[in-house]
Write a new protein. Sequence first.
Length: 231
Amino acid sequence: MRFLALALVLLNVVLWYGSSKPDEYRQSSSVATGTLPRVGSLKPSDFYGTGPSSVEGSESGIGSGEVLAQSCVTVGWFGSFAAADALAERVGGSQFRDYRVQERERELPQLHWVIIPPQPGRVASEQLKDLRKQGVDSYLVAQGENRNAISLGLFESREAAISVLEEKKHQNLNAVLANFPRNQLSYALSFEARPEVVETLVRAAEADYGNKFDFIEINACEGVATPSKNP
């Protein structure tokens, strides 16, 4: 009987203590029954924050490792390395980046060649002497596939070459028309610059050079405007 009375007293104490706990304490024990907010209800600031560090990160893409885009420009042609190099120094200044002069051998349009076809060396030399005595402007071809031919003139215009050819034939010369291939060493200036100043720099270069360039190539440089990757 005494044990039953003691159990009832202990039960009353426990019930009294539980009902007397502060509301804040009782609420914390029921957190597990709550629900998490849906993603759609969250604001961007809930993910990134609104402090100074987040503002700095959103406005400093360059500082985070991104390189400013550059345009790669090539202009030509120049008659010499020195001419291209001097123009870069005068016009480019600090706005040209990594400029360089490239040497290229390019094929030019062929000339029209009036010749007396190749002959044995001795025969060609004797005929050349006779022609010069007559006052004909001529010379002996010393090399190439037309070696020992006699040249009577080189012309850019085909019409001019044909006119001379007809004249020589009327003089009873066995002249023919041939092509004269030619190559030329030329020089191109290549540099990198910001896209917004490229046109200004090219125009300044043309004005300083005193002529319009034969070609202007402008392309996006490879390997720029790429953000850095964190390991």
